[in-house]
Design a protein around this ligand. Sequence first.
Ligand code: TRP
Length: 333
Amino acid sequence: MEESKKVLYSAVQPTNNLTIGNYIGAIRNFLALQNDYNCYFAIANMHAITVRQTPAELRQRTLSLLALYLACGLNPEQTAIYVQSHVPAHAELCWVLNTFTYVGEMERMTQFKDKSLRHAENINMGLMDYPVLMAADILLYQTEVVPVGLDQRQHLEIARDIAQRFNNIYSPTFKVPEGLYVKVGAKINDLQDPSKKMSKSAENPNGSVFLSDDKDTVIRKFKRAVTDSGSEIKFDPENKAGVSNLLSIYTAFTGKTVEQAERDFAGIGYGDFKLAVGEAVADKLAPIQKEQAKLLTDKTYLDNVLRSGAERAAKAANKTLSKVYKKIGFYQL
Ligand code: TRP
């Protein structure tokens, strides 16, 4: 890891099944980034427990996500890949940052309000504190760049506010991170309702394609995808949301341009088009799934990756934490 590179931080929660939207929007981009930045990728299990989890599943999904990162080509020699709870500094900095964050700010967070509605029976303190923990994640590593989806933009803004607030009260302590909003022209929408983003928890399971779906399932879901009136295969998100979404998926998975794709499908019917998109996706997923399954049989290796990732992360994190403790007046031995 070269010191001269900027620090980039991201994390994914080991909760629901990831979709091809997560792959295109996040994981695939991590690969391109790992050469250019000094990267930390966390498995955010502490964020995950802000909604109730089944312990055995949480454990299993932690390893699955790690295996997926690796199967997609993240290189653990280059990038620190670790589990959030393995680095206690996250919880420790979160506590300090809590005292620099106002209740009113947290109450106004869009995601908190949404989740409070969806989990009305369990609006716990952790759910409200989620953005502060995320700020701690980011600020511990003197992060400069955070690739996030637009849904996380408000959380990143709060992290920046907290960093600036702390720096102003004491002296420069945290780097103030910037968001990296990857566009890639590929926002992937629901196959059943192309006006909505493809989500891990959509109402209609046929609308989302999961990275764990086998070939038959992938093909079946694409065959059922809604298209639009007319018969032309043309990229026109306003008037042809369904077809355009399928074209986006196709280009994202094949690396072709929209123009090339339109040419490939000129004069072809919707049925064959949907099948071709499904096959392109399934063909891309197959080797990743195979590698992921293989990795999951080698627990010793996975544990070693996590051990060395946590060690590397803790070293960087503890440096920042100790600065913070000094500045706020914690007596140090
Ligand atoms: N909240 C993020 C999500 O659900 C996951 C996350 C946790 C994260 N900590 C982070 C993302 C720090 C970026 C940086 O997508």
